[in-house]
Design a protein around this ligand. Structure first.
Ligand code: AMP
Ligand code: GLY
Length: 451
């Protein structure tokens, strides 16, 4: 069994680890954007190179003759790497380009859910760039009216293409007034032709990821991410500073009805994708949800594992990841081959001190404890290893440290202790997974639903 793994980050290390734990003991042919020490230790071939260079990936695939490919990040998935590999006869655990528009175009995702009557969206409109200046002015006027009158000034503007979570601006946070919002929307349209403007929701965010093969959809444990850079949910947005899951595979602030609804929305969306694109979606469908006063709403869809979400979810996988990949590809995915341990996890990301604003620490040394305590994991991200075996910081997130326990509190302590032993110009969020922060989320939910 040989698997081509195209990745870049700590999510890639977690995927390599899940593949490596398979009783089928696959050879991992890694194509990785950096010399990731975690992936290198597990791979039988390590190709460090640009993961958007599809020509090179095809060359590697032809030589290595893998049985299937797993593609981690959004960029190669959104640009159609699964289509290119399929032409070689190599199936992928990742959707093809047309289906991956569920992530790569926010306009497509919203229009799809609307068309198939999946009633879970904030109020939205997609605006298109117009060449004719009279029409452009009319479109701008429509934006003002939509924001001011329909959304009463509470809105979000979303760039309609992949931008690593950085294309979204929220009123009251990044956009001070309606002029700001319209200006940003026009910039987005100039850049990529379309922009989404939608209602700003009040609620608590969570992720529900599912394995999908056409209409067969099997959920993973629900996860909560923390996007803000600093403790107390302050500072700029990041790729995600840490995450947790609970032993019951739900989250402390969700009702059973909320989780069941998010699960139903993922199923309906997979079905809608199949009907719309006349082709089964094969891969991971990642629903980004917000629990609001009267239920659950969709704020984004991704066509891949989340990072850090994968770092929590994959270590809990008790069944064979290779068999799951094979079943996704063959179209015979079933509940009995997907099992997760009933344990809680907390992941905290170690990041360079100046992340995400600057890259001042790039190249500096970072030292991790040699012996890992039981029930902990380290997944390496943007960190390279030199010839002497020293690890050096890249500019992005360094490593996800995961604690696994019977409760979130137990998992949090394990992750926190291990994080505090990492040496170098790095930091992490101490509050992720603590009773205090989780209590705050539960209080927000209670307050919203008591009205
Ligand atoms: P996205 O890339 O669509 O997930 O957006 C990035 C972040 O913007 C989300 O994690 C939310 O914190 C925020 N956001 C996105 N859409 C909304 C919305 N409709 N209402 C409130 N916040 C939002
Ligand atoms: N955790 C956010 C993402 O992977 O997009």
């Amino acid at each position: 069994m040989r698997v081509l793994l195209v990745t870049s980050s700590a999510r890639g290390h977690a995927l390599a680890d899940a593949l490596n734990r398979s009783p089928q003991k696959p050879d991992i042919i890694s194509v990785c954007a950096n010399n990731n020490p975690g992936i290198r230790a597990l791979a039988s071939e390590m190709h460090v190179q640009d993961i958007m260079d599809f020509g090179k990936i095809v060359e590697i695939a032809k030589k290595a003759a893998p049985d299937f490919a797993v593609i981690g990040p959004d960029d190669p998935i959104g640009s159609g790497l699964a289509d290119v590999l399929e032409e070689l006869g190599l199936p992928s655990v990742a959707p093809k380009k047309e289906l991956a528009r569920i992530e790569s175009s926010k306009g497509f995702a919203r229009n799809l859910l609307s068309k198939y009557g999946i009633d879970a969206l904030p109020r939205f409109r997609v605006f298109e760039s117009r060449k004719n200046s009279f029409r452009a002015l009319a479109e701008e006027q429509k934006m003002y009216t939509f924001i001011d009158q329909d959304l009463r000034g509470e809105y979000v503007v979303k760039y309609d293409a992949l931008k690593g979570g950085k294309g979204v601006k929220v009123s009251g946070e990044h956009l001070k007034n309606i002029d700001d919002g319209v200006r940003y929307a026009i910039d987005c349209m100039k850049d990529c032709g379309r922009v989404v403007i939608e209602e700003k929701l009040a609620g608590v965010e969570f992720s529900l990821l599912s394995f999908v093969s056409g209409k067969r959809v099997i959920d993973m444990p629900a996860v909560q991410d923390h996007k803000r850079a600093y403790d107390g949910d302050t500072g700029p947005n990041t790729g995600g500073m840490g995450t947790y899951t609970d032993a019951d595979h739900s989250l402390p602030f969700l009702s059973p009805l909320d989780l069941a609804r998010a699960s139903e929305i993922n199923k309906l969306t997979a079905e809608a994708l199949m009907n719309e694109c006349k082709e089964p979606y094969k891969g991971i469908l990642y629903g980004g949800f917000m629990a609001v006063n009267d239920g659950v709403k969709v704020i984004e869809y991704n066509a891949r594992f989340g990072d850090p979400e994968a770092l929590n979810i994959l270590p809990l996988l008790a069944s064979d990841f290779v068999s799951i990949c094979q079943a996704i590809i063959a179209g015979n995915l079933s509940d009995d081959i997907v099992m997760f341990e009933k344990k809680a996890t907390v992941c905290k990301y170690i990041v360079p001190k100046s992340y995400p604003e600057k890259k001042d620490e790039k190249g500096m040394e970072v030292i991790f404890p040699e012996k890992l305590p039981e029930n902990t994991r380290i997944f390496y991200g943007d960190v390279g290893e030199d010839e002497d075996g020293q690890l050096h910081l890249g500019g992005s997130r360094t490593a996800g440290i995961v604690g696994i326990g019977k409760t979130i509190a137990e998992a949090e302590k394990l992750a926190q202790n291990l994080c505090s032993k990492v040496r170098g110009p790095v930091r992490f969020r101490s509050d992720i997974g603590t009773d205090e922060l989780i209590g705050k989320r539960a209080a927000v939910m209670k307050e919203l639903r008591s009205k």
